[in-house]
Write a protein that binds this ligand. Structure first.
Ligand SMILES: Cc1cc2nc3c(=O)[nH]c(=O)nc-3n(C[C@H](O)[C@H](O)[C@H](O)COP(=O)(O)OP(=O)(O)OC[C@H]3O[C@@H](n4cnc5c(N)ncnc54)[C@H](O)[C@@H]3O)c2cc1C
Length: 481
């Protein structure tokens, strides 16, 4: 790590925040030979590594094993006396983070050619900033400060130490009764995982359904799956008041429907807000939206032509893969003066069981965009049948020319099947490209393959192509007589 005192007066590229967006931006810029400085206030690696994707997917992995053991009797395997050692589960969670951490360490980044400084950065002008009070000038800058969990402001909440995705990883004992507030991706993933590990979970969602950003049928399947795992899902309700116990952790939630829910721990999963406080955006002449996101154009440039933004702070889809790709785009544009633009094709996966994986246009948007939908229910997918996991479906959204414009997959490992659909959507491939590629059997991707085959068949059976194929077949049958 570079010491503040050793910094030059001016750098080519100043990157603020060493989460996925900042890390990728730094490596990209250093690779181009730019004099790059990456500033991180806390620890390099950001939310994905320390509080987001890595710990949550590690916890989900343990929860899945617990559930598979319980479920084994469906397939004739009886596992008795399942015991979850929560401390050991958390040791696995922290072990996964420790294994991945070196990839994002200051040493690794410095090896790529960028300087790394630990400190808090703040803009003091359109081309100037300071790091822990030490002034520095920049030719270009990338804002990659990410986002933080939103806290609830319900009366009484101040008396309870509310867990968020920032702090839940510090738990050492499994909460017996856990209330999760918020039914988006994070609330559903963590609520289900804790239920599978043995907590009694109540999930409170203000809106009428879980996963409001996802397809309604997908959300219905996930809701049923959570309930099967013992989660008490309360929809269309809100917390009006909290009564805290003396321990500062447990208490009773009072809901707007008049019911009350006792809890040992409370987990807020209410969405995230951009981290821009104290960043000096006004001094930098960088404009933000009403919700505080840094406004960027499609090349990720802010209202200050020398400053760019990538990752959660930019208000674009809040995923690690978006942060990474856009970090690279921002750094490339800043350093090389190019105008690369961000992609509209952003795949996303909710890692519940079953998973919900989506890219591009969704079935509900098909008609309005002149597209049709091909759906294969997983009751017809041999892999799902042999695994005894037939709850789910694969839907392809296809335009009039047969190009794949979107996909929605609900099922085990749906995220793994999504890559093929994402490639097809971003490359503008047609269903016949998927249908003519041999797919290994039996895999969950058979569903996508069969949906594509069904579409190709339908197209063959209608219109001029059908006439031509039938004529060819007739000619052939005369000739081989
Ligand atoms: C529980 C959970 C699960 C998730 N699961 C997934 C998933 O499975 N897949 C997926 O794609 N995404 C997932 N996400 C989202 C993903 O973590 C984020 O989209 C991603 O981490 C955003 O990266 P970023 O670089 O924009 O910001 P961050 O990772 O938040 O990094 C920003 C960095 O900037 C630093 N910083 C802030 N202000 C300053 C300052 N003034 N000076 C210096 N440094 C500063 C911060 O300390 C931080 O390290 C999950 C998120 C959560 C919370």
């Amino acid at each position: 790590v570079t010491r503040l005192a050793d910094l030059p007066a001016t750098v080519d590229l100043l990157i603020i925040g060493a989460g996925t967006a900042g890390l990728v931006a730094a490596k990209t810029a250093a690779g181009f030979g730019a004099d790059t400085l990456l500033v991180e206030a806390h620890r390099t690696g950001g939310d994905c590594l320390w509080t987001g994707c890595v710990p949550s997917k590690s916890l989900i992995a343990a929860a899945e094993i617990a559930q598979s053991a319980r479920d084994g009797s469906h397939l004739g395997v009886h596992v008795d006396g399942i015991r979850v050692d929560f401390a050991a589960v958390m040791a696995h969670v922290h072990g996964a983070m420790a294994t991945i951490a070196p990839v994002d360490s200051p040493e690794t980044i410095e090896q790529s050619g960028a300087r790394v400084v630990i400190g808090r950065a703040r803009f003091t002008g359109p081309r100037r900033a300071e790091i822990d009070g030490r002034p520095i000038a920049f030719r270009q800058a990338v804002i990659a400060t990410g986002s933080a969990p939103t806290l609830p402001h319900t009366p009484g909440m101040e008396g309870v130490s509310v867990l968020t995705s920032d702090t839940v990883w510090d738990l050492t004992t499994l909460p017996e009764r856990l209330v999760v507030i918020g039914g988006g991706a994070i609330g559903c993933e963590l609520g289900q995982a804790f239920a599978r590990l043995g907590s009694r979970v109540v999930l409170v969602q203000r809106g009428p359904r879980l996963l409001p950003k996802e397809d309604e049928n997908a959300a219905r399947i996930v809701t049923a799956a959570l309930e099967d795992d013992g989660v008490d899902v309360r929809l269309s309700t809100e917390v009006v008041r909290v009564e805290a116990n003396d321990d500062g952790e447990s208490g009773i939630l009072h809901l707007v429907d008049g019911t009350s829910v006792p809890f040992d721990r409370l987990l807020a999963a209410l969405g995230r807000f951009p981290r821009t406080e104290g960043l000096g955006l006004d001094a930098a002449e960088v404009r933000t939206t009403e919700r505080g996101h840094v406004i960027v154009d499609r090349a990720l440039r802010t209202s200050n032509p020398r400053i760019w933004a990538a990752g959660d702070v930019s208000g674009l889809p809040q995923f690690t893969h978006t942060a990474g790709v856009n970090g690279s785009v921002a750094a490339t544009n800043a350093v090389l003066g190019l105008r690369r633009t961000v992609s509209d094709v952003v795949p996303r996966v909710t890692f519940t069981h079953p998973e919900v994986a989506a890219v591009g246009l969704q079935p509900s948007e098909a008609a309005a965009n002149g597209c049709s939908v091909q759906t294969v229910d997983h009751t017809h997918v041999d892999r799902a049948i042999v695994d005894d996991r037939t709850t789910g479906f694969t839907s392809l959204v296809i335009d009039g020319r047969g190009r794949l414009r979107g996909a929605l997959i609900v099922g085990p490992r749906a995220g793994e099947s999504l890559g093929e659909a994402s490639l097809a959507v971003s490359a503008g491939l047609k269903t016949n490209a998927i249908a003519s590629a041999t797919h290994a059997y039996p895999t969950y991707s058979d569903a996508l393959f069969n949906a594509a085959v069904a579409d190709v068949r339908e197209r063959l059976q209608s219109g001029a192509l059908n006439v031509a194929v039938r004529a060819l077949s007739r000619v052939r049958s005369w000739r081989v007589r």
